[in-house]
Every structure is written in C-alpha cells, then in structure tokens.
Design a protein around this ligand. Structure first.
Ligand SMILES: O=C(O)CNC(=O)[C@H](CS)NC(=O)CCC(=O)C(=O)O
Length: 276
C-alpha cells in the first residue's frame, strides 16, 4: 500500500494570523496534490525574536486561533495535519515546544513535547539557548496508528540523538518525523546527512518539514524540507528560497518498508550493548 504525503515549508514570524494564512495556503496545495497527510514545521504558530515576545504569543490550544484554524482545515478537508507549535509551560515564564497530530476530524489526537533543547554557542555561528524559554518534555510518544502507517514524532534538535529514532523504531514506527527550524550553518553541515542516517539506521521513512528564510532580524532558517525513504534516498526536497509557502510530496510505500526490513534484518546484539 502506498500513500502520498506532503511536507510544507514556510517562514513563520511573530505574526500568528499571518502564519495561519501561510499554513492554510499549504493545506490548499496539499489537497490539490492529493496528499493524505500534511506535515508542517516546528514552531509553525510563531517564531519570536525573544523568549519575552514568545511569552506574549503563546496560547493554550483551546484558545489558539492558529491551532483552531488548522483544526477547522483538517476537518473540512479530511486531511490529518502534523504541526509544530508552542504551548504554555508549567513555569509562567516558559513554553513547551510541541508537535500535535490533528486527525481528519479536526481532533488533536496526539502530542509530543521536545525532549532535547538546543543550547549552543558556536564561535562565528549561532548562539541560542532554548532552555532559557522552553521546558523540555520527559517522554517519548509511542508511535501511533494512522491511515498512512505508524507515525512517530521527534522535533528538530532531537534529530542529533540516534537513540530517540532507534527507540521509536523498536516501538514500531514506520514514519519518523522531525519538524524543524534548523540554523543555516548547522543545516549546511549536517541536515541531510542526519536525516538520511536516521532513515537508514531505522529502515523507516523520515519526514522533515522545515522552516525557511528570515523570521526576524536575529533568525534565519535553512529550509530544505525533505522526505527520505527507508533506503536513505531523498524522495523529495524543497529549497531554501523565501516567498510563497511550498510543499513537496512523496509516497509512503509499505511494500518498500517491508522489503528493506526483510532483505537486511538489523538484528541487534543487545548482549553486547544495551537495548534502546
Ligand atoms: O521555539 C522556537 O521558536 C523554534 N525553535 C527552534 O527554532 C529550535 C530551538 S531554538 N531550533 C532548533 O532546535 C535548531 C536545531 C539546529 O539547528 C541544529 O541542531 O543544528
């Protein structure tokens, strides 16, 4: 069985209403292309200039015009949407970096909170301290059954930790998602290699919707949203241009998944190293 899916790419800013309109354009394009699910980037609801600005924009999902707008789209188009957002933290000064699965009825059926936070200080490169304004999650979300297969959610910087992908695969994932907002220097150096490595070692589809371009005077994202097949082939990819939000589509082919897993079983030596 084969299912066409779409990754959407946009440039979120601090204007939540505008970001929703951009995502609605992506929904239109995904529907027109015949996609059965739309995957949107990390922080699609907003990318703020500071943690303080973010704190003024974050809303609980029930009160979020962004989330409610996408729930309406999902229900109207019968199109599941996987989208990265922010939610209020337990600490009023912090937020949660989450991704939600809105099913074809418009219901939020799944939710994952990013467990690895991006705290870097690279000489001549990005300086970002996500833990200053984000609370980390403490759980992996077990892969969940959907019409396109078993989907597993991880977010952006989680991509650098093979353990999370391996754990999700062991729990039954067919498709592992990494909604992202990668920086340009780290994206150039590592993005495609990491995504392909995760696909090859888990023998799973990797779906990576990414933010692109200039969000504000401080932040630019790498783009290059892609879907990688379980053999490590880049099945579709977008560029790094700003402007109209764009989608790319690829098939999730369950025959190919089964074939690759059958032909090259990755039997682990858990007597030699720990099981993940
Ligand atoms: O909450 C927001 O506003 C959006 N979140 C992000 O952009 C996050 C945390 S700052 N970005 C990353 O994790 C980039 C990782 C990366 O670039 C790498 O691993 O190289």
């Amino acid at each position: 069985m084969t299912f066409l899916v779409a990754v959407g790419q946009l440039t979120s800013t601090a204007n939540v209403a505008h970001n929703l309109r951009q995502c609605q354009v992506l929904v239109r394009k995904a529907v027109k292309a015949g996609a059965k699910t739309l995957f949107l980037p990390e922080a699609s609801d907003y990318i703020a200039t500071s943690g303080e600005e973010g704190a003024t924009l974050v809303r609980p999902v029930q009160e979020s015009l962004f989330v409610r707008g996408l729930q309406e789209e999902a229900r109207r188009e019968k199109l599941p949407i996987h989208v990265g957002i922010h939610e209020p933290g337990e600490d009023p000064h912090k937020v949660k970096n989450t991704v939600i699965w809105i099913d074809e009825n418009g219901t939020i059926a799944q939710r994952y909170q990013k467990v690895h936070l991006f705290d870097v200080d690279i000489k001549g490169g990005p300086v970002l301290k996500e833990s200053n304004f984000v609370e980390p999650g403490n759980h992996i979300l077990p892969p969940f059954e959907t019409a396109i297969g078993k989907v597993a959610s991880a977010i952006c910087f989680d991509l650098r930790f093979p353990e999370i992908g391996l754990a999700l695969k062991r729990q039954g994932a067919d498709i592992i998602t990494f909604p992202s907002a990668f920086t340009v220097p780290t994206g150039k150096a590592h993005w495609e290699t990491l995504l392909r490595a995760r696909a090859i070692e888990t023998q799973s589809y990797v779906v990576a919707a990414a933010q692109v371009g200039r969000h504000n005077e401080k932040r630019v994202s790498y783009g290059h949203s892609m879907i990688v097949d379980p053999w490590g082939v880049v099945a579709c990819e977008l560029g790094d241009g700003e402007g109209e939000p764009e989608i790319a589509t690829a098939d999730i082919d369950h025959e190919l998944l089964r074939k690759i897993r059958r032909e090259m079983p990755l039997a682990r030596r858990t007597d030699v190293y720990p099981e993940i």
